[in-house]
Design a protein around this ligand. Structure first.
Ligand SMILES: Nc1ncnc2c1ncn2[C@@H]1O[C@H](COP(=O)(O)OP(=O)(O)OP(=O)(O)O)[C@@H](O)[C@H]1O
Ligand SMILES: [Mg+2]
Length: 253
């Protein structure tokens, strides 16, 4: 069975989508079979591949609610080892209509386990909310990666995520592990970035801190062209950092 990894942080703009897209692409470039799932109604991962609602017939909603077959909702990308389950605005109605239904929390896990043996990695981009979708993704996952801006105000969000993961472990999913914290928007050689890493290490152990992703304008530009960083600017620091991070994730098994 493939590794199922949620990329989560309740804090908005922490680099979840950028990390999901580019780690998935890097793992796929390394020859792994990767499925990237857009579990955010904002559909930023979907847009990052240049797909808009009019290109999409079936999305994650169709898998979860309409019970469509997984083969029907999976779409291809420029890499034949990388597949995507896209999101549309319909996911907002999933949140609205099913949040009160406790059993809906495990639908995601049920559907994903059916296909987990077809992939080496299933990466899930999650919304910046404590919602049915973000909880469902954690229930379905064996591992969690938390991208976190290297700012002081982000430390509180990290502590909150650690508490959430331990609740999910107790209530639903004894297997779930926090596999790493990814420092994002990292500014090398600044005292702030260093002291944030020190704080994380002090609380969670230095082993939890993965390869930092530096601030890099190409990472912010690539999605507007519907491209991953490897298509948009292979020579950028962003491409280098996400490649190094993906190698590290492969070794974390
Ligand atoms: N290392 C980086 N350097 C420069 N810009 C970045 C970097 N990482 C992400 N960005 C940009 O910052 C913004 C927020 O990043 P991203 O969308 O990945 O965060 P997110 O956690 O998914 O946000 P949300 O919580 O809304 O889902 C985006 O415009 C993205 O292109
Ligand atoms: Mg996002």
């Amino acid at each position: 069975m493939g590794r199922i990894i949620s990329v989560s942080n309740r804090k908005g703009g922490s680099g979840k989508t950028t990390t999901s897209v580019n780690v998935s692409a890097a793992l796929a470039r390394n020859g792994n079979k990767v499925l990237l799932i857009d579990a955010d109604p904002q559909a930023h991962t979907t847009l990052s591949f240049g797909m808009t609602s009019k290109d999409i017939n079936l999305d994650l909603y169709s898998l979860l609610v309409d019970r469509k077959k997984t083969e029907q909702v999976i779409t291809g990308t420029y890499l034949n080892t990388l597949k995507v389950i896209p999101a549309t605005r319909k996911l907002t109605s999933f949140e609205r209509d099913y949040s009160g239904l406790k059993e809906a929390r495990v639908w995601f896990a049920d559907r994903i386990t059916e296909i987990a043996d077809k992939f080496d990695y299933i990466i899930i981009d999650t919304p910046p909310t404590l919602s049915l979708l973000s909880i469902s993704a954690l229930i379905a996952s064996g591992e969690v990666l938390i991208p976190m801006q290297t700012h002081f105000l982000s430390l509180e969000g990290l502590a909150e995520m650690v508490r959430l993961i331990s609740q999910i472990r107790k209530l639903y999913n004894p297997e779930i592990k926090l596999k790493g914290v990814i420092p994002t928007f990292y500014k090398e050689k600044t005292r702030l970035s260093k002291s944030i890493l020190y704080e994380i290490g002090k609380n969670l152990g230095t082993g939890i801190i993965l390869h930092p992703v530096r601030v890099n304008i190409s990472l912010a530009e690539a999605p507007s062209y519907g491209k991953t960083i490897f298509q948009y600017n292979i020579k950028s620091n962003g491409a280098y950092d996400y490649m190094a991070l993906a190698r590290q994730i492969e070794e974390l098994k």
